[in-house]
Design a protein around this ligand. Sequence first.
Ligand code: AMP
Ligand code: MG
Length: 493
Amino acid sequence: MTPSSGPNRPDAGWTFDNSYARLPETLYVRLNPVPVRAPKLVVFNTPLARSLGLNPEALQGDEGAAVFAGNKIPEGAEPLAQAYAGHQFGYFTMLGDGRAILLGEQVTPTHDRVDIQFKGSGKTPFSRNGDGRAAIGPMLREHIISEALHALGIPTTRSLAVVTTGEPVFRETTLQGAILTRTAASHIRVGTFQYAAARDNPDALRTLADYTIRRHFPDLAAAGNSYLALLQAVMERQASLVARWLLVGFIHGVMNTDNMAIGGETIDYGPCAFMDAYDPDTVFSSIDQNGRYAYGRQPQIAQWNLARFAETLLPLIHEDQQKAVSLATEAVSGFPDTFRHFWRAGMRAKLGLSNQEADDGALVEDLLDGMQRHGADFTNTFRDLAAGALPEASVFQASDFKAWFERWQARLKRQPDSREASRQLMNTHNPAIIPRNHRVEEALAAATERADFSVMEKLLGVLSHPYQDPPEEAGYHLPAPPSAEPYRTFCGT
Ligand code: AMP
Ligand code: MG
């Protein structure tokens, strides 16, 4: 393996500083990605590359293909697979990066530390029965949906590049292999703490907790009980994150504890999808038979996961176990109120409300009940409401919806803001564009079946400004045409 910058090539701009590789070795295994036969760069995220301090010119074409396939290790990288555990659908398992490799941490021009990780880069000691590989469809899907969340202003890992490997992967059918390069504030998960706790390694656990505080919550280092403060801070970030998912109709789909990032970013885009018609029971994932991860259950699940996180921290929170349990329980039980706070604030903005009234909660609940009864499209209802007049859509012609609309209009008049100000508030909190499932499928079909990436490029362009609404993009508002089969998503292994 050679460094990425040669004598005649512009410097790619890698500035790795690999703090995770300096942690206790129980937390990872050092190894290189497994090289692939014929890498081809099919996606390169130029704006993201620039923000990381990378030089797009140096990373296009063959050079980028070799680097983002793992065939050529960039200078300063120290590749490793992270160890972690996790509750998957409620059952505890020792896991780890079975098909991912952390290259290291790129230090950006603004001094942020960003993980650069490959997904689909070959077997590791954590691969269990898996092949360590990924197929092109799910990697492009992660690219599209994570970029959509980013454009919506929701904290998320991002996607820097996708390469095809020139090798087949075998699932139900034979598919093209691909590798996604993911960037993240870190890949420390609830499951990382569960791993250290399960290994019964108090030193590693404490080192991991101190490291996490330094990396994500530096202000807490000076707190009286910094580990309790860590729990509280992680709880608040998750409450905020899950509220933001719900406010745009996002369903993560596989909120296992290994898929919950301590830094508060959305991570692990497998069976996720956006809801069309409002229904809290909406589930898309083919493996979520019991609706554990349904749209409306996401806050409860986040709290359940936080309780698992809290359990790992008990020995650090207090030496007296009883006291530790009572402190941790109190922190985790604050989740519903904290979540509600973020959710209510977000809903008020979605309805154009700038001040608070006691009945606002009921106003929101009654709207949602009506939407559910009439099968109203979640995204378009709010956008239509922002337009002001009673929307044309037939659901608004129902008498219960009309009554609600009058109530809301009266409520708007009781605040000092102009109609224009509340319209603006609504139009910056209610996206016109979300990645509609049929649009995502259409883009993936073109790319994977015909090597035509133009449909995806067009979709990505539209998704990059979700709150704008140019008339020529009106076709992207529409929910999927009615179909005999409900939409189903897969974990993407
Ligand atoms: P996920 O459902 O993507 O969160 O993955 C759960 C666990 O399975 C993680 O430890 C992954 O690394 C592992 N995994 C998923 N797919 C594969 C694969 N094709 N080969 C090896 N490990 C995999
Ligand atoms: Mg995962």
